[in-house]
Write a protein that binds this ligand. Structure first.
Ligand code: GLN
Length: 454
Protein backbone atom coordinates (compact mmCIF):
# COMPACT_ATOMS: atom_id res chain seq x y z
CA UNK A 1 0.00 0.00 0.00
CA UNK A 2 2.88 2.37 0.77
CA UNK A 3 4.38 1.77 -2.68
CA UNK A 4 1.02 2.09 -4.44
CA UNK A 5 0.48 5.40 -2.61
CA UNK A 6 3.93 6.63 -3.61
CA UNK A 7 3.23 5.72 -7.26
CA UNK A 8 -0.09 7.57 -7.19
CA UNK A 9 1.59 10.68 -5.81
CA UNK A 10 4.75 10.76 -7.95
CA UNK A 11 3.98 8.95 -11.21
CA UNK A 12 2.06 11.81 -12.86
CA UNK A 13 5.29 13.85 -12.89
CA UNK A 14 7.82 11.01 -13.43
CA UNK A 15 5.81 8.81 -15.86
CA UNK A 16 7.79 5.69 -14.90
CA UNK A 17 4.76 3.37 -14.77
CA UNK A 18 2.67 2.80 -17.89
CA UNK A 19 0.34 0.45 -15.99
CA UNK A 20 -0.24 -0.02 -12.26
CA UNK A 21 -1.48 -3.49 -11.32
CA UNK A 22 -2.83 -2.66 -7.86
CA UNK A 23 -5.31 -5.53 -7.74
CA UNK A 24 -2.70 -8.10 -8.71
CA UNK A 25 -0.21 -6.58 -6.24
CA UNK A 26 -2.69 -6.85 -3.39
CA UNK A 27 -3.64 -10.46 -4.19
CA UNK A 28 0.01 -11.53 -4.60
CA UNK A 29 0.82 -9.77 -1.31
CA UNK A 30 -2.05 -11.55 0.48
CA UNK A 31 -0.81 -14.93 -0.81
CA UNK A 32 2.67 -14.00 0.29
CA UNK A 33 1.43 -13.10 3.78
CA UNK A 34 -0.33 -16.47 4.01
CA UNK A 35 2.89 -18.31 3.08
CA UNK A 36 4.83 -16.23 5.55
CA UNK A 37 2.38 -17.01 8.37
CA UNK A 38 2.80 -20.72 7.66
CA UNK A 39 6.57 -20.29 7.95
CA UNK A 40 7.01 -20.96 4.22
CA UNK A 41 8.30 -18.57 1.64
CA UNK A 42 10.88 -17.77 -1.02
CA UNK A 43 13.81 -15.39 -1.23
CA UNK A 44 11.65 -12.44 -2.38
CA UNK A 45 8.56 -13.02 -0.22
CA UNK A 46 6.40 -9.87 -0.36
CA UNK A 47 8.97 -7.70 -2.16
CA UNK A 48 7.18 -5.18 -4.46
CA UNK A 49 8.80 -4.92 -7.89
CA UNK A 50 8.26 -2.97 -11.09
CA UNK A 51 8.53 -4.82 -14.41
CA UNK A 52 9.89 -3.31 -17.62
CA UNK A 53 7.15 -3.40 -20.23
CA UNK A 54 9.32 -5.61 -22.48
CA UNK A 55 8.62 -8.66 -20.29
CA UNK A 56 5.50 -10.59 -21.27
CA UNK A 57 3.18 -10.74 -18.24
CA UNK A 58 0.15 -12.99 -18.50
CA UNK A 59 -3.09 -11.08 -18.99
CA UNK A 60 -1.34 -7.78 -18.23
CA UNK A 61 -0.39 -4.71 -20.33
CA UNK A 62 2.70 -5.61 -22.46
CA UNK A 63 3.26 -2.90 -25.06
CA UNK A 64 7.08 -2.64 -25.23
CA UNK A 65 6.67 1.14 -25.40
CA UNK A 66 5.03 0.83 -28.84
CA UNK A 67 1.73 1.83 -30.40
CA UNK A 68 1.83 -1.28 -32.59
CA UNK A 69 1.32 -3.51 -29.53
CA UNK A 70 -1.79 -1.55 -28.43
CA UNK A 71 -3.91 -3.53 -25.99
CA UNK A 72 -1.77 -6.68 -26.41
CA UNK A 73 -2.05 -8.92 -23.34
CA UNK A 74 0.03 -12.09 -23.64
CA UNK A 75 -1.37 -15.47 -22.66
CA UNK A 76 1.99 -16.43 -21.19
CA UNK A 77 4.41 -15.23 -18.53
CA UNK A 78 8.10 -14.62 -19.29
CA UNK A 79 10.46 -17.05 -17.56
CA UNK A 80 12.23 -14.24 -15.69
CA UNK A 81 9.02 -12.82 -14.19
CA UNK A 82 7.68 -16.33 -13.48
CA UNK A 83 10.90 -16.98 -11.50
CA UNK A 84 10.30 -13.80 -9.47
CA UNK A 85 6.70 -14.71 -8.62
CA UNK A 86 7.79 -18.23 -7.69
CA UNK A 87 10.15 -16.66 -5.14
CA UNK A 88 7.29 -14.62 -3.65
CA UNK A 89 7.76 -11.20 -5.30
CA UNK A 90 4.80 -8.86 -5.90
CA UNK A 91 4.15 -6.97 -9.17
CA UNK A 92 3.31 -3.27 -8.77
CA UNK A 93 3.01 -2.61 -12.50
CA UNK A 94 4.70 -2.23 -15.87
CA UNK A 95 7.45 0.29 -16.47
CA UNK A 96 7.94 2.76 -19.29
CA UNK A 97 10.76 2.22 -21.81
CA UNK A 98 12.02 3.30 -25.21
CA UNK A 99 9.99 1.79 -28.04
CA UNK A 100 11.14 -1.83 -28.47
CA UNK A 101 14.11 -0.89 -26.22
CA UNK A 102 15.62 1.30 -28.94
CA UNK A 103 17.05 4.41 -27.36
CA UNK A 104 19.21 5.90 -24.64
CA UNK A 105 16.88 8.52 -23.18
CA UNK A 106 13.41 6.96 -22.88
CA UNK A 107 12.14 9.59 -25.32
CA UNK A 108 11.18 7.12 -28.07
CA UNK A 109 8.37 5.62 -25.92
CA UNK A 110 4.86 5.92 -27.36
CA UNK A 111 3.79 6.59 -23.75
CA UNK A 112 5.85 9.77 -23.42
CA UNK A 113 9.22 10.47 -21.82
CA UNK A 114 10.18 9.54 -18.27
CA UNK A 115 11.55 12.32 -16.05
CA UNK A 116 14.67 11.60 -14.03
CA UNK A 117 13.93 12.10 -10.31
CA UNK A 118 17.33 13.84 -10.06
CA UNK A 119 17.65 17.54 -10.98
CA UNK A 120 20.67 19.77 -11.49
CA UNK A 121 21.00 21.89 -8.38
CA UNK A 122 21.85 25.02 -10.41
CA UNK A 123 19.01 25.14 -12.98
CA UNK A 124 16.51 22.47 -11.82
CA UNK A 125 16.01 21.46 -15.49
CA UNK A 126 14.05 18.25 -16.29
CA UNK A 127 16.50 15.50 -17.28
CA UNK A 128 16.20 12.13 -19.01
CA UNK A 129 16.66 9.00 -16.86
CA UNK A 130 18.57 7.29 -19.67
CA UNK A 131 17.20 4.42 -21.71
CA UNK A 132 15.90 2.13 -22.74
CA UNK A 133 15.11 0.98 -19.18
CA UNK A 134 14.38 4.58 -18.11
CA UNK A 135 11.14 3.70 -16.33
CA UNK A 136 12.88 0.97 -14.34
CA UNK A 137 15.73 3.24 -13.26
CA UNK A 138 13.49 6.22 -12.42
CA UNK A 139 11.04 4.05 -10.44
CA UNK A 140 13.85 2.56 -8.35
CA UNK A 141 15.53 5.94 -7.80
CA UNK A 142 12.23 7.55 -6.75
CA UNK A 143 11.35 4.66 -4.38
CA UNK A 144 8.33 3.69 -6.49
CA UNK A 145 9.35 0.00 -6.20
CA UNK A 146 11.92 -1.95 -4.19
CA UNK A 147 13.65 -3.10 -7.37
CA UNK A 148 12.89 -3.50 -11.06
CA UNK A 149 13.53 -5.78 -13.99
CA UNK A 150 15.27 -4.32 -17.02
CA UNK A 151 16.96 -5.45 -20.24
CA UNK A 152 20.24 -4.51 -21.89
CA UNK A 153 21.06 -4.89 -25.59
CA UNK A 154 23.72 -2.18 -25.81
CA UNK A 155 23.65 -0.54 -22.39
CA UNK A 156 19.98 -0.18 -21.48
CA UNK A 157 20.43 -1.42 -17.91
CA UNK A 158 23.79 0.19 -17.13
CA UNK A 159 23.34 3.66 -18.70
CA UNK A 160 20.00 4.45 -16.98
CA UNK A 161 21.39 3.07 -13.70
CA UNK A 162 24.34 5.47 -14.02
CA UNK A 163 22.00 8.41 -14.79
CA UNK A 164 19.83 7.77 -11.72
CA UNK A 165 22.34 6.73 -9.04
CA UNK A 166 21.15 3.12 -9.02
CA UNK A 167 22.86 -0.25 -9.54
CA UNK A 168 22.30 -2.14 -12.79
CA UNK A 169 23.83 -5.43 -13.88
CA UNK A 170 23.72 -7.00 -17.33
CA UNK A 171 24.64 -10.62 -16.69
CA UNK A 172 26.53 -12.86 -19.11
CA UNK A 173 24.58 -13.65 -22.28
CA UNK A 174 22.67 -16.85 -21.51
CA UNK A 175 22.38 -16.30 -17.75
CA UNK A 176 18.72 -15.18 -17.85
CA UNK A 177 16.16 -16.75 -20.14
CA UNK A 178 14.92 -14.51 -22.95
CA UNK A 179 11.74 -16.54 -23.26
CA UNK A 180 8.67 -14.32 -23.17
CA UNK A 181 10.70 -11.11 -23.44
CA UNK A 182 9.88 -9.05 -26.55
CA UNK A 183 12.93 -9.49 -28.80
CA UNK A 184 15.02 -6.53 -30.02
CA UNK A 185 18.42 -8.02 -31.08
CA UNK A 186 18.37 -11.63 -29.95
CA UNK A 187 22.13 -12.22 -29.91
CA UNK A 188 22.66 -9.19 -27.64
CA UNK A 189 19.54 -8.99 -25.41
CA UNK A 190 19.88 -9.92 -21.73
CA UNK A 191 17.65 -9.29 -18.73
CA UNK A 192 18.95 -8.04 -15.39
CA UNK A 193 17.87 -6.05 -12.33
CA UNK A 194 18.03 -2.35 -11.42
CA UNK A 195 18.19 -1.81 -7.65
CA UNK A 196 19.23 0.73 -5.04
CA UNK A 197 22.31 -1.18 -3.87
CA UNK A 198 24.64 -4.02 -4.80
CA UNK A 199 23.20 -6.50 -2.30
CA UNK A 200 19.68 -6.10 -3.72
CA UNK A 201 21.16 -6.54 -7.19
CA UNK A 202 22.74 -9.86 -6.17
CA UNK A 203 19.50 -11.10 -4.57
CA UNK A 204 17.31 -10.14 -7.55
CA UNK A 205 19.68 -11.55 -10.18
CA UNK A 206 19.80 -14.89 -8.35
CA UNK A 207 16.03 -15.09 -8.62
CA UNK A 208 15.79 -13.90 -12.25
CA UNK A 209 18.50 -16.21 -13.60
CA UNK A 210 17.77 -19.81 -14.60
CA UNK A 211 18.48 -22.33 -17.27
CA UNK A 212 15.39 -22.69 -19.41
CA UNK A 213 14.67 -25.33 -22.04
CA UNK A 214 12.39 -22.78 -23.77
CA UNK A 215 15.41 -20.55 -24.57
CA UNK A 216 18.12 -22.58 -26.26
CA UNK A 217 20.65 -19.80 -25.62
CA UNK A 218 20.14 -19.99 -21.86
CA UNK A 219 22.95 -21.93 -20.20
CA UNK A 220 22.63 -25.10 -18.19
CA UNK A 221 24.73 -23.97 -15.22
CA UNK A 222 23.79 -23.67 -11.55
CA UNK A 223 23.07 -20.10 -10.40
CA UNK A 224 25.52 -19.22 -7.60
CA UNK A 225 24.59 -17.50 -4.36
CA UNK A 226 25.63 -14.03 -5.56
CA UNK A 227 24.91 -12.41 -2.21
CA UNK A 228 27.63 -14.51 -0.56
CA UNK A 229 30.22 -12.73 -2.74
CA UNK A 230 29.48 -9.34 -1.19
CA UNK A 231 32.01 -8.30 1.44
CA UNK A 232 34.62 -10.82 0.27
CA UNK A 233 38.12 -9.42 -0.08
CA UNK A 234 39.34 -8.19 -3.46
CA UNK A 235 42.97 -8.24 -2.35
CA UNK A 236 45.32 -9.30 -5.10
CA UNK A 237 42.68 -9.06 -7.83
CA UNK A 238 43.93 -7.58 -11.09
CA UNK A 239 41.83 -4.76 -12.49
CA UNK A 240 42.39 -3.73 -16.10
CA UNK A 241 42.15 -0.09 -17.23
CA UNK A 242 41.64 0.02 -21.02
CA UNK A 243 43.57 2.84 -22.64
CA UNK A 244 41.14 3.00 -25.59
CA UNK A 245 38.30 4.09 -23.27
CA UNK A 246 40.04 7.43 -22.68
CA UNK A 247 38.08 9.17 -25.43
CA UNK A 248 38.92 12.49 -27.02
CA UNK A 249 36.72 15.20 -25.62
CA UNK A 250 35.68 13.14 -22.61
CA UNK A 251 34.51 15.58 -19.91
CA UNK A 252 36.98 16.20 -17.11
CA UNK A 253 34.47 15.00 -14.50
CA UNK A 254 34.37 11.53 -16.08
CA UNK A 255 38.17 11.27 -15.98
CA UNK A 256 38.13 12.39 -12.32
CA UNK A 257 35.48 9.75 -11.54
CA UNK A 258 37.55 7.04 -13.20
CA UNK A 259 40.64 8.04 -11.18
CA UNK A 260 38.58 7.91 -7.98
CA UNK A 261 37.49 4.37 -8.86
CA UNK A 262 41.09 3.35 -9.50
CA UNK A 263 42.13 4.75 -6.10
CA UNK A 264 39.31 2.84 -4.31
CA UNK A 265 40.40 -0.39 -5.97
CA UNK A 266 44.02 0.16 -4.92
CA UNK A 267 42.98 1.00 -1.36
CA UNK A 268 41.06 -2.28 -1.23
CA UNK A 269 44.23 -4.18 -2.19
CA UNK A 270 43.57 -4.76 -5.90
CA UNK A 271 46.31 -4.35 -8.46
CA UNK A 272 45.73 -1.90 -11.34
CA UNK A 273 47.02 -2.94 -14.76
CA UNK A 274 46.89 -0.90 -17.97
CA UNK A 275 45.34 -2.96 -20.79
CA UNK A 276 44.57 -2.53 -24.47
CA UNK A 277 41.29 -3.38 -26.23
CA UNK A 278 42.36 -2.25 -29.71
CA UNK A 279 39.07 -2.82 -31.55
CA UNK A 280 37.01 -0.63 -29.20
CA UNK A 281 36.75 2.16 -31.79
CA UNK A 282 34.80 -0.12 -34.14
CA UNK A 283 32.32 -1.30 -31.50
CA UNK A 284 29.71 1.40 -31.92
CA UNK A 285 29.50 1.27 -35.74
CA UNK A 286 29.44 -2.54 -35.65
CA UNK A 287 26.72 -2.56 -32.97
CA UNK A 288 24.57 -0.15 -35.00
CA UNK A 289 24.69 -2.65 -37.88
CA UNK A 290 24.20 -5.89 -35.96
CA UNK A 291 21.43 -4.60 -33.64
CA UNK A 292 19.26 -3.04 -36.40
CA UNK A 293 19.80 -6.12 -38.63
CA UNK A 294 18.41 -8.43 -35.96
CA UNK A 295 15.70 -5.92 -35.07
CA UNK A 296 14.47 -5.67 -38.66
CA UNK A 297 14.01 -9.44 -38.68
CA UNK A 298 12.45 -9.66 -35.19
CA UNK A 299 10.02 -6.82 -35.88
CA UNK A 300 8.75 -8.35 -39.13
CA UNK A 301 6.14 -10.18 -37.03
CA UNK A 302 4.25 -6.94 -36.23
CA UNK A 303 2.07 -6.78 -39.30
CA UNK A 304 -1.43 -6.20 -37.95
CA UNK A 305 -2.33 -9.90 -38.16
CA UNK A 306 -1.32 -11.47 -34.86
CA UNK A 307 -0.80 -8.64 -32.38
CA UNK A 308 -2.15 -5.29 -31.30
CA UNK A 309 -2.85 -2.54 -33.79
CA UNK A 310 -4.50 -3.13 -37.18
CA UNK A 311 -5.12 -0.32 -39.64
CA UNK A 312 -7.73 -1.31 -42.24
CA UNK A 313 -6.49 -1.45 -45.85
CA UNK A 314 -7.90 -2.38 -49.23
CA UNK A 315 -5.87 -5.59 -49.45
CA UNK A 316 -3.50 -7.40 -47.10
CA UNK A 317 -0.35 -5.64 -48.35
CA UNK A 318 -1.96 -2.26 -47.84
CA UNK A 319 -3.07 -3.36 -44.37
CA UNK A 320 0.53 -4.36 -43.48
CA UNK A 321 1.87 -1.05 -44.76
CA UNK A 322 -0.69 1.12 -43.02
CA UNK A 323 -0.36 -0.79 -39.74
CA UNK A 324 3.45 -0.56 -39.70
CA UNK A 325 3.40 3.09 -40.82
CA UNK A 326 1.01 4.04 -38.01
CA UNK A 327 2.29 1.63 -35.37
CA UNK A 328 6.06 2.24 -35.33
CA UNK A 329 7.72 5.47 -34.20
CA UNK A 330 10.55 7.20 -36.11
CA UNK A 331 13.47 5.53 -34.25
CA UNK A 332 12.05 2.04 -34.86
CA UNK A 333 11.49 2.85 -38.54
CA UNK A 334 15.08 4.11 -38.82
CA UNK A 335 16.38 0.83 -37.34
CA UNK A 336 14.19 -1.34 -39.57
CA UNK A 337 15.40 0.55 -42.65
CA UNK A 338 19.08 0.32 -41.64
CA UNK A 339 18.67 -3.35 -40.75
CA UNK A 340 16.94 -4.24 -43.99
CA UNK A 341 19.55 -2.33 -45.98
CA UNK A 342 22.58 -4.02 -44.38
CA UNK A 343 21.02 -7.47 -44.82
CA UNK A 344 20.05 -6.99 -48.46
CA UNK A 345 21.86 -8.69 -51.35
CA UNK A 346 24.85 -6.64 -52.44
CA UNK A 347 25.29 -4.94 -49.05
CA UNK A 348 25.33 -7.99 -46.78
CA UNK A 349 29.05 -8.70 -47.27
CA UNK A 350 30.06 -5.06 -47.06
CA UNK A 351 28.16 -4.26 -43.86
CA UNK A 352 26.59 -7.13 -41.96
CA UNK A 353 29.32 -9.73 -42.49
CA UNK A 354 32.03 -7.17 -41.73
CA UNK A 355 30.25 -6.10 -38.55
CA UNK A 356 30.12 -9.76 -37.46
CA UNK A 357 33.86 -10.10 -38.08
CA UNK A 358 34.51 -6.96 -36.04
CA UNK A 359 32.36 -8.46 -33.31
CA UNK A 360 34.65 -11.51 -33.19
CA UNK A 361 37.71 -9.24 -32.94
CA UNK A 362 36.13 -7.31 -30.06
CA UNK A 363 35.41 -10.58 -28.26
CA UNK A 364 39.02 -11.71 -28.79
CA UNK A 365 40.36 -8.43 -27.35
CA UNK A 366 38.61 -9.26 -24.08
CA UNK A 367 39.67 -12.94 -24.16
CA UNK A 368 43.32 -11.96 -24.52
CA UNK A 369 43.16 -9.60 -21.57
CA UNK A 370 41.41 -12.16 -19.35
CA UNK A 371 43.81 -14.92 -20.45
CA UNK A 372 46.69 -12.67 -19.38
CA UNK A 373 45.39 -12.75 -15.80
CA UNK A 374 43.09 -9.74 -15.55
CA UNK A 375 40.08 -10.47 -13.28
CA UNK A 376 37.87 -7.52 -14.23
CA UNK A 377 37.92 -4.22 -16.14
CA UNK A 378 37.04 -0.80 -14.70
CA UNK A 379 35.64 1.96 -16.96
CA UNK A 380 33.21 4.88 -16.70
CA UNK A 381 29.61 3.74 -17.33
CA UNK A 382 28.66 6.71 -19.52
CA UNK A 383 30.47 9.59 -21.24
CA UNK A 384 28.40 12.20 -19.32
CA UNK A 385 25.82 12.70 -16.58
CA UNK A 386 22.08 12.76 -17.44
CA UNK A 387 21.19 15.30 -20.14
CA UNK A 388 18.05 17.40 -20.64
CA UNK A 389 14.76 16.12 -22.02
CA UNK A 390 14.45 17.18 -25.71
CA UNK A 391 18.16 18.05 -25.83
CA UNK A 392 18.59 19.98 -29.07
CA UNK A 393 21.89 18.34 -30.10
CA UNK A 394 20.60 14.80 -29.65
CA UNK A 395 17.22 15.46 -31.26
CA UNK A 396 18.91 16.86 -34.36
CA UNK A 397 21.46 14.06 -34.69
CA UNK A 398 20.61 10.44 -33.84
CA UNK A 399 24.33 9.54 -34.04
CA UNK A 400 24.99 11.84 -31.04
CA UNK A 401 22.44 9.82 -29.11
CA UNK A 402 24.16 6.58 -30.19
CA UNK A 403 27.45 7.89 -28.72
CA UNK A 404 25.95 7.47 -25.25
CA UNK A 405 26.53 3.73 -25.59
CA UNK A 406 30.26 4.04 -26.20
CA UNK A 407 31.35 2.33 -22.96
CA UNK A 408 28.57 -0.26 -22.82
CA UNK A 409 28.06 -1.82 -26.29
CA UNK A 410 31.36 -3.74 -26.36
CA UNK A 411 30.16 -5.77 -23.38
CA UNK A 412 27.05 -6.94 -25.28
CA UNK A 413 29.06 -7.62 -28.43
CA UNK A 414 31.31 -9.94 -26.38
CA UNK A 415 28.44 -11.41 -24.30
CA UNK A 416 30.20 -10.48 -21.04
CA UNK A 417 28.71 -9.44 -17.69
CA UNK A 418 28.85 -5.73 -16.80
CA UNK A 419 27.64 -3.78 -13.77
CA UNK A 420 27.08 -0.03 -13.35
CA UNK A 421 27.44 1.23 -9.82
CA UNK A 422 26.97 4.77 -8.46
CA UNK A 423 30.30 6.43 -7.68
CA UNK A 424 29.43 9.94 -6.53
CA UNK A 425 27.99 13.21 -7.80
CA UNK A 426 29.23 15.73 -10.35
CA UNK A 427 29.49 19.50 -9.78
CA UNK A 428 25.79 19.92 -10.60
CA UNK A 429 24.83 17.34 -7.97
CA UNK A 430 24.00 14.61 -10.53
CA UNK A 431 24.96 10.95 -10.07
CA UNK A 432 27.76 9.37 -12.11
CA UNK A 433 28.44 5.65 -12.47
CA UNK A 434 31.42 3.39 -12.91
CA UNK A 435 31.27 0.16 -14.90
CA UNK A 436 32.96 -3.14 -14.05
CA UNK A 437 33.24 -5.78 -16.79
CA UNK A 438 33.87 -9.43 -15.90
CA UNK A 439 34.73 -12.81 -17.39
CA UNK A 440 31.84 -14.92 -18.68
CA UNK A 441 29.66 -16.20 -15.79
CA UNK A 442 31.76 -14.45 -13.17
CA UNK A 443 29.07 -12.08 -11.94
CA UNK A 444 30.23 -12.84 -8.39
CA UNK A 445 33.51 -11.01 -9.06
CA UNK A 446 31.52 -7.97 -10.21
CA UNK A 447 29.36 -7.93 -7.07
CA UNK A 448 32.50 -8.19 -4.92
CA UNK A 449 34.17 -5.27 -6.68
CA UNK A 450 31.03 -3.14 -7.05
CA UNK A 451 30.52 -3.30 -3.29
CA UNK A 452 33.89 -1.54 -2.89
CA UNK A 453 32.68 1.32 -5.11
CA UNK A 454 29.17 1.89 -3.68
N1 GLN B 1 20.87 2.65 -26.73
C1 GLN B 1 21.10 1.40 -27.39
C2 GLN B 1 20.17 1.30 -28.58
O1 GLN B 1 19.40 2.17 -28.75
C3 GLN B 1 20.92 0.25 -26.46
C4 GLN B 1 19.52 -0.11 -26.21
C5 GLN B 1 19.38 -1.29 -25.33
O2 GLN B 1 20.33 -1.73 -24.67
N2 GLN B 1 18.19 -1.87 -25.34
O3 GLN B 1 20.23 0.37 -29.33
Amino acid sequence: DAYLGAIEAANPSINAYVAVTAEKARSQAAESDARFDKGEGGALEGIPLGIKDLFGTEGVHTQAGSHILDSFKPRYESTVTANLWADGAVMLGKLNMDEFAMGSSNETSYYGPVTNPWRRKDDNKALVPGGSSGGSAAAVAAHLCAGATATDTGGSIRQPAAFTGTVGIKPTYGRCSRWGVVAFASSLDQAGPITRDVRDSAILLKSMASSDPKDTTSVDMPVPDYEAAIGQSVKGMRIGIPEEYRMDGMPEEIEVLWQKGIAWMKDAGAEIVPISLPHTKYALPAYYIVAPAEASSNLARYDGVRYGLREPGGDIVEMYEKTRAAGFGPEVKRRVMIGTYVLSAGYYDAYYLRAQKVRTLIKRDFEKVFDAGVDAILTPATPSAAFGIADQDMAADPVKMYLNDIFTVTVNMAGLPGIAVPAGLDDHGLPLGLQLIGKPFEEETLFRLAHIVE
